[in-house]
Structures are given as C-alpha cells and as structure tokens.
Design a binder for this molecule. Structure first.
Ligand SMILES: *Cc1c(COP(=O)(O)O)cnc(C)c1O
Length: 343
C-alpha cells in the first residue's frame, strides 16, 4: 500500500533508531535531559530565537505560544483554512479563552494587507481587540504554499506598529526553506513566536518545538506541565529530531520533485483538478468540484487500487509526498491515479 495521506506516516530509519538507542537522557521536567537541552538550543539558534521548548505535538507548540500572545477574550486573526483554526479542535478557545476571526486567501497565500485590514487593536471597552495574527508556512490546506518573505516582513512591520504580535505556525517551515532558499533565521525575524514539527517531512517519529524569547518559553514551560505534557527521559525523541534535522532536511527537495511529478501527471489527466504551477513543496491538493465523485469516493477507489490519499473536504483531496515514498512508488501512484480518474 502506498500511503500519501500525510508526511507523518514515515517510520524511523535503522540509523535513527541507533541514535535513539545511544541518546544520553535525564529527567526533562527537572531540566536534566542533555539531549533535549541541546536540541532546544540548536533549533532556537537556527531560527534566531532565544529559547525553545520541546513538545509532543505541533498543536501543543501552537497553543502554548498563542496563549503567551493573546489574553482571554482577545482575538487571534488567522487564514480561514489554517491549522490553528481548522485542525486543533477549538483548542485556543477551549484552553485559553481566545476568540478568532479569519480572512480568506487563495491557496492560503499571504497578502499582508488582508489581515492588517481586519485587525482591530485596542478596540476599546465594547469590541474585541486583536492581540495576534497567526500565519502558516508552508500553508498545509492551501496546498503546501510557501509564504513570500516580503509579505511576512510587511505583515510583521504593519502589525508591530499596531502593537499586534505574529505567530508563525512553521510545522513545515523546513519545506519552505528548502523550496525557497530563504534561511530559517530570516523566517524567524518576522514572528514573535514560532512552532516547528520534526514529525512531518523530517521523518522523526514524534516531536515539535515552540520558539520565542526566554521569558515566553519559561511561561510556556509551566503551561506545558499544567497541560500534562511535562516529559521525563524524552531525549530519546529529541535525539531522533536532532538526527532528522542533520540528515533528512535536504532530502525534502526529493519530496518536492515527486509532488511536482504527481501534479503534472494528474493535470495531464484532468487539468481542472490541479495547476502544477501551484505545487511548490510536498503537498498536492486536488480540487474535485468538476468530478461526479466526492473526495471520499475517490479515496476509496484509490485505496482498493493500493494508494491511500486524504479526503479533507467533500471536494478536496490531498496527496502528501514524504521520505518513505520513492520514485518507483511515484510511478505506481501515477498509474493508479490515471486508472481511477479515467476509469
Ligand atoms: C501537522 C501540523 C501541525 C501540528 O500537528 P500535530 O499533529 O499536533 O503535531 C500544526 N500546523 C500545521 C500547519 C500542520 O500541518
């Protein structure tokens, strides 16, 4: 079975398992795990931030950072298809009393003027005040869209003037970096807080990180424990993440190339499904509106032919390439899609 539901489905390699087995560990709730401490320092430095906090999931890293920026009853602005709005099950409202307002952008592509136009800082005693804006790079449900650095800069500068903070959901910032060539610390410049995932394209089994100032991370450390996510000898996971950054990041270019092959092949079958020019990284989002079948039905058909894809809406299917998907499987997947879409 070829699995393109997500880039989270990869399994740790033998070499990664050996690094996990050798990792020096300690009780991280006491700050005693040298492998975790080293990873937090390494990743913070990569993004030009003071400190990092290892978390089990990217959702938790997002939630811990957003709550340091937004007080209960204040609002967070986010794109309508962003992960923090659609895929974290209302966590910001449930745990932090954060209200949300959204703007809509084709492919999730950031145009700084859009959030700035709806921002309402210091809205007074009768209206909700905007405290932060969340952006996503790459934009997952937008189809792996890389956010232009100039728009990130314009947003950061415009928001700063208004006293509004920026959170960057960088679950796949590694893909953005590889696709665009923009340095990670350049991306880091234009957000007060960042989350990154090691468990997506980088291929670590578990793990994400929140990044910000020493103060915000100290606060987030307390909230992580309060949420029940203080972890003990978690260096075994930090070692996998560290290995993934060193050895897997540059392989993301292959995932991007294979996503382009998939998109081009699918467009040659039916050009209404996707424009390959919109595929910049490892996500191929298919618009099925012109088909007579739903995304769930398409996913059922490809599954019986040996290919798992994601049905993320009635007319939206997603294929995500990853390091456990090679060129031979890419050829096979194209054949299956051809049969399923034509037949
Ligand atoms: C995967 C993902 C996350 C985090 O997901 P978890 O499953 O909680 O690790 C956050 N943001 C985006 C855009 C993602 O794709």
């Amino acid at each position: 079975m070829i699995d393109l539901r997500s880039d989270t489905v990869t399994k740790p390699t033998q070499a990664m398992r050996e690094v996990i087995a050798q990792a020096p560990v300690g009780d991280d709730v006491y700050g005693d795990d040298p492998t975790v401490n080293a990873l937090e320092e390494r990743v913070a430095a990569l993004f030009g931030k003071e400190a990092g906090l290892f978390t089990p999931t990217g959702s938790l890293a997002n939630q811990l950072m957003m709550r340091t920026l937004v007080q209960p009853g204040q609002e967070l602005l986010a794109e309508v298809n962003s992960h923090v709005v659609r895929a974290e099950l209302g966590a910001a409202a449930t745990f932090s009393g954060i209200t949300t307002r959204t703007w809509q952008a084709p492919f999730g592509l950031l145009d700084a003027a859009q959030p700035l136009a709806i921002a309402a800082p210091n809205a007074g005693p009768y209206l909700v005040s905007t405290a932060a804006i969340a952006i996503e790079n790459t934009h997952n449900f937008g189809g792996g869209t890389v956010q232009p650095l100039d728009q990130m800069k314009a947003l950061y500068e415009g928001a700063t003037k208004e006293g509004i903070a920026i959170h960057l959901d960088g679950a796949r910032i590694w893909n953005a970096h590889i696709a665009s060539g923009v340095a990670l610390d350049q991306y880091g410049k234009y957000a007060q807080t960042i989350s990154v995932c090691f468990s997506k394209g980088l291929g670590a089994p578990i793990g994400s990180m929140a990044l910000s100032t020493r103060d915000r991370i100290a606060t987030a450390r307390i909230w992580r424990k309060r949420y029940g996510a203080g972890m003990r000898q978690v260096g075994i996971l930090a070692a996998a993440a560290d290995y993934a950054i060193t050895h897997h990041m540059h392989d993301l270019a292959h995932d991007h190339r294979r996503a382009q092959l998939l998109a081009t092949a699918i467009a040659s079958i039916d050009s209404s499904l996707i424009d390959p020019a919109t595929v910049e990284t490892n996500i191929v989002g298919l618009n099925l509106k012109s088909l007579s079948i739903t995304a769930a039905e398409l996913a059922d058909r490809t599954k019986s032919a040996g290919l798992l894809i994601g049905a993320l809406g009635p007319h939206f299917a997603r294929l995500v390439t990853h390091r456990d998907f090679d060129d031979a499987q890419c050829d096979q997947a194209i054949q299956i899609l051809r049969k399923t879409l034509v037949g």
